[in-house]
Write a protein that binds this ligand. Sequence first.
Ligand SMILES: Cc1cc2nc3c(=O)[nH]c(=O)nc-3n(C[C@H](O)[C@H](O)[C@H](O)COP(=O)(O)OP(=O)(O)OC[C@H]3O[C@@H](n4cnc5c(N)ncnc54)[C@H](O)[C@@H]3O)c2cc1C
Ligand code: FES
Length: 289
Amino acid sequence: MWPEPCQKYSNSALRIDDQDTYPQRLVGEFVGLVVSNDWANAEYKHMVVRVHPKALEAYAGQMFHLLCPSPDGAEVWMRRPMSVYRVDRDAGCVEFLYKTEGRGTRGMAMLKAGDEFNIAGPLGKGFSLKPEWKNIVVLGRGVGLATLAPLAQLARNSGVRVTAILSARSPEVLMSKDYFESLGASVVTVFDSDGSSAVENVETILEGLIADSAADAFFTCGSARLLKLTQRLGKARGVPGQVAMEQIMVCGFGACYVCVRTFEVGGVKVLKRVCRDGPVFNMQEAVGW
Ligand SMILES: Cc1cc2nc3c(=O)[nH]c(=O)nc-3n(C[C@H](O)[C@H](O)[C@H](O)COP(=O)(O)OP(=O)(O)OC[C@H]3O[C@@H](n4cnc5c(N)ncnc54)[C@H](O)[C@@H]3O)c2cc1C
Ligand code: FES
């Protein structure tokens, strides 16, 4: 016979108006309601989900693990990790900016306003700002911009100035420029289509920011080239930084070790779990991919 369930624990997902019987929890499973799920451009969609207030404790760089519906009736195994794009505490919503890649995100793209969506989180360690950093530079590309966007929100709330270098294949697929600007960031856009995203050009921009004392720390996501550049420049010029890493995940909370990657800490190679030890890491410890 099964033991009586403990009053302090619950295995049921929290719906928007549910009472939380275990408020000490750091992570939960939530059934939210999709408010909107619109195309941001030809490749990316922007989803707004109303959730239980507990889920609104998510902060910049953390992620949710999403139970995506099936796009074709067959099973979609495992949840899909997705960065928090924005937390709108007034509206009670979390937002995701996502690329429709495979079956999970295609199923997610089919959700409409009013549909239920099961999300678990917030998971992982996000970005942190040191008090002495008054000017930060964020550099992102592709889905990396979704991960970096809430950092601009965090910086604004902390009185920190942001220069955002947004990289894309072409102006048509650039995302989040308006959002970064609305948060007070100075935005620099660079593209493959006109060659301005070349490492040498981005390096010149960064050197200029360092010379103007506008780069107390670098934050990057979504590009191995940008990571290598900020690591090299950061080491040479003494600029610290953080990187948000991506890795295929299964459990999302540290139990299965599927998401392990190699890092170099104090000259020693160590293995860390991206889901639990990250996804945000010291930029200099990340071993590129
Ligand atoms: C910490 C973190 C944050 C992320 N944030 C975002 C975001 O904000 N926006 C966004 O568009 N994408 C983000 N991704 C990538 C996103 O998780 C994948 O695009 C998604 O899992 C693909 O699932 P799929 O079923 O559509 O694709 P499929 O290719 O069919 O997926 C097959 C399997 O591979 C895994 N997988 C495939 N690509 C990735 C990937 N790049 N990273 C991790 N697992 C992958 C899937 O989870 C699934 O288990 C993030 C990934 C991580 C690890
Ligand atoms: S996904 Fe299971 S340990 Fe990271």
